[in-house]
Design a protein around this ligand. Structure first.
Ligand code: TXA
Ligand code: MG
Length: 337
């Protein structure tokens, strides 16, 4: 049991956090996407503590964070030329590349796979922490397994208080949904998890893009998945979430027929003026919805909602990531009205 300390992102606090990591502890780290639970990616017993703190299944591999492209070749091999091009265009930033790992990355970090996800975060504090540690940092999202990912230090404190020694407060995450996870295939790429770097961003860069089926469809029992994280129930508030596709008018009619004491709508901000029942809002465009989604999913539990009907987000740009996370928090329960 730890008394979890909240650190600032000042140099001396980052150095203190780095000392903790260098003795094999786990620290809450801000990034531009979501907060991560960071430990020395090369230290097996430290990485094991990440899985324990999160309650994460051991077969779900971690992303390894480096501070710049100069670190890449030390940890991965047979890197396709396209990966360097993508890194030069989109890194540092909210994208993770799955690449063949070198032996220096322990098997616990990659859950026994011969590949590892590599990400160069844009958040300055994250890169300063990696540099202060002098080692790559394994970091999954800093939520308890199954819960919505944390986008503020307070969210991390909620989930991790007593489980880790410290959290660095780097403010609210600008993006709000986890990185785009890509693998390389047939001279193009496959998107395993959508994020802020969108399908269009990658296509406009001249890359052939395949989208994994798991992005918008539930993975069947026993089906093979390219990204192990896709098979787990995720981002779930305690409330039952249902995604409703259709006009606001039909949405209101549907809720009126299914309303109750602890029923809330999850609306676009601009819907609220004409909505007659209880609601929360999650922004008006894809960027706002990405930034607000996980906080709103946490708020839903705080207000004691039992059933939430969510207005379906657009699937354009980062909207696909919002749609993917919302679908998963709804256990793929979608109603067309
Ligand atoms: O934005 C992010 O990516 C955040 C911040 C902290 O960097 N991290 C994050 O990590 O979201 P996590 O562990 O919550 O999600 C990692 C996802 C999982 O779905 C995992 O299965 C997948 O990436 N993944 C990791 N390594 C992989 C590999 N070698 N092959 C396929 N999928 C992999
Ligand atoms: Mg996660």
């Amino acid at each position: 049991m730890f008394e979890t300390r909240l650190l600032s992102s000042d140099k001396s606090d980052i150095e203190f956090a780095a000392e903790l990591i260098n003795i094999g502890e786990v620290v809450g780290m801000p990034t531009e996407t979501v907060y991560g639970l960071a430990a020395d990616a090369l230290n097996e017993s430290a990485v094991k503590k990440i899985f324990e703190a999160k309650g994460r299944p051991q077969d779900n591999p971690l992303i390894v964070h480096i501070s710049g492209l100069h670190m890449l070749d030390k940890y991965v091999c047979n890197v396709p030329n396209l990966a360097y091009k993508i890194a030069e265009r989109f890194c540092p930033g909210p994208i993770t590349m799955i690449l063949p790992k070198r032996d220096i990355i322990p098997s616990i970090t990659s859950s026994g796979l011969d590949t590892v996800g590599i990400r160069i975060p844009f958040h300055k504090t994250a890169r300063e922490l990696i540099n202060a540690c002098g080692t790559p940092l394994a970091a999954p999202s800093a939520n308890l397994s199954g819960s919505p990912s944390p986008t503020t230090a307070a969210h991390v404190m909620n989930d991790m208080s007593g489980r880790i020694p410290a959290i660095i407060d780097g403010g609210a995450c600008a993006v709000g949904v986890e990185s785009t996870v890509i693998s390389f295939e047939n001279g193009g790429i496959r998107i395993l998890r959508p994020g802020f770097v969108s399908v269009d961003d990658l296509r406009n860069f001249g890359v052939t893009v395949y989208c994994d089926k798991g992005i918008t469809e539930a993975i069947g029992e026993g089906e093979k998945v390219l990204s192990p994280g896709m098979k787990y129930k995720h981002y779930s508030p305690k409330a039952n979430v249902t995604v409703i596709v259709g006009s606001l008018e039909n949405f209101i009619k549907y809720v009126s027929e299914h309303n109750g004491d602890n029923v809330y709508a999850m609306l676009y901000d601009s819907d609220a003026a004409s909505y007659p029942y209880k609601y929360v809002t999650y922004g008006d465009n894809a960027e706002e919805q990405a930034a607000q989604l996980f906080g709103v999913l946490r708020k839903i539990d705080e207000i004691g909602a039992e059933q939430v009907y969510a207005r379906c987000p657009s699937q354009d740009g980062v909207g696909l990531a919002v749609y993917n996370r919302l679908l998963r928090s709804a256990g793929f329960e979608v109603v067309n009205v």
